[in-house]
Design a binder for this molecule. Sequence first.
Ligand SMILES: [Cu+2]
Length: 323
Amino acid sequence: MVARSSEVRPSAVRHSASRGVGGRRRRGAGRVAGLGLGGVALLVLLTGCDVGRAFDGFGWPQGGISAESRRMYDLWIASCIAALAVGIFVWGLIFWCVVRYRKRGNALPVQTRYNMPMEFLYTIAPILIVSVLFYYTAIVQTGVDKLTKNPDVTVEVVAFKWNWQFNYRDGQGPDAKTTASTLGTSEVIPVLVLPTNRSIRFEETSRDVIHSFWVPELLFKRDVMPGKIRNVFEVSSLETEGAYVGRCAELCGSYHAFMNFELRVVSPEQYDQFLAAKQGGKSTQDALIQIGEKPYAETTEPFDTRRTHSNFNPDNAPAGTGS
Ligand SMILES: [Cu+2]
């Protein structure tokens, strides 16, 4: 249906090419552009303050300790603010239309079809929004996955059912040598000691099944694969000293839920002393005491690995279950 001509309300969009309507349209476009600019300014302002903390991270985990975790956090917060801005704009338009064009009689409201500027806007706006989100996501993801040629520290993460071994290496790749090692046992949680302000490469390998190396404060997890696959990732720096629990995040068997370790982030000087002590033949616990750290894990504790007849392989279980 074609729009009715002169009796329509002045602010409605029409196909008329008259000068008056053209002027209004230009003013309308100016207003929209002003709104858009205002929105962008508001976005920059809000991103500048820690709006994420005010809103509890919009559901994103708080307290990341690596440079990469901060970048991921910032991307999430900016995306949420952008989504809210678009949402508020659309909700505003909906409510405005509901009130402004509510039914006032039997006359049909103005019909606006084949309005090229509007059609163009409907098409281009979502493409623009998705493009901007994609652009920033690609930038952050590439940064998080980035590998450098010579990281300051390389640690080999070896997962097995159901514990961890951490090998401090003298280079990168499977041919590098282990200079010191920490092995978790059923009695002792393995403590992975790493320094602040140094780039760290994690090279992962598994002795049996697929595990997943996960420290929640890194806001990052990566599968640990068996065989020749070495999954590798880096953090450009750890920023906060402390003890952080690490977990396996891939269901790997009966005791998967208890396959914990501890990441202990210390100063670079302490780290150097720790590594020297380990290379000198000291145990991880003695080396930790030597640098003034607690010798055992503080964030998690060992569990009882003993399987009993009743809890694992009951008499009435069908043949072939359990091992
Ligand atoms: Cu596991």
